[in-house]
Design a protein around this ligand. Structure first.
Ligand SMILES: CC(C)(COP(=O)(O)OP(=O)(O)OC[C@H]1O[C@@H](n2cnc3c(N)ncnc32)[C@H](O)[C@@H]1OP(=O)(O)O)[C@@H](O)C(=O)NCCC(=O)NCCS
Length: 170
């Protein structure tokens, strides 16, 4: 089955919280992180804000229904990936990689220096996956203000097993 990627539209927004909830079920079997499977997700209103600023892409099925998304925001000269989710039934088919590639291509045309994100260090589909795509883990000394602040909040709220990563775009 071939899905395609396009910019998200306002009518996608009400469907995206369920996509993220479905995606999060992959954590249900991961020791210590089962809470994510029932955790909070990005709201419809928040998706609408990403969509209004052309900062969200979706992977859609043949009925044009979103089955995955990636949303981003500018963070200084870098483009930060806020969330990447692919619905459970479509995981492991390469759509996560394709969503990142789409953002990578767009960010390059917009003159951003790098893609950044925060993620779990020890979850197979998080940091190790991004490392295989060329992202490198940032040391505390390499973190700029906004990214440092975000990581600090995530470590305090969730887990010390969080890290920031970056992919140079030049
Ligand atoms: C992360 C996520 C978006 C990847 O989407 P996907 O469509 O499954 O990704 P792909 O099929 O492109 O595969 C990505 C890589 O993750 C690996 N992977 C995916 N699911 C996996 C699983 N359950 N266990 C182990 N590895 C897994 C694949 O082997 C692949 O690695 P490779 O291409 O280097 O071999 C998806 O797993 C998801 O939505 N997870 C829940 C939300 C999440 O963790 N988001 C990332 C936040 S930083």
């Amino acid at each position: 089955m071939t899905l395609s990627i396009r910019l998200a539209r306002a009518q996608d927004a009400p469907l995206l919280p369920a996509v993220e909830h479905s995606a999060a079920q992959v954590f249900a079997c991961h020791p210590g992180l089962q809470w994510i499977a029932e955790g909070s997700v990005i709201s419809c209103a928040e998706h609408l804000a990403f969509i209004a600023s052309n900062q969200e892409w979706v992977v859609v099925d043949l009925q044009d229904q979103p089955q995955g998304f990636i949303c981003t925001e500018a963070m200084g000269h870098n483009l930060h990936i806020v969330e990447l989710s692919v619905a459970q039934a479509y995981q492991g088919l390469g759509y996560g990689r394709q969503l990142i590639a789409a953002v990578c291509d767009w960010a390059g045309t917009q003159g951003f220096n790098a893609l950044t994100l925060t993620t779990f260090t020890d979850v197979p589909w998080n940091a190790p996956f991004y490392a295989r795509l060329g992202f490198r883990r940032l040391a505390d000394a390499d973190l700029d203000g906004a990214l440092a602040q975000l990581l600090e909040v995530e470590v305090a709220e969730h887990s010390s097993a969080r890290c920031a990563m970056s992919l140079d775009l030049d």
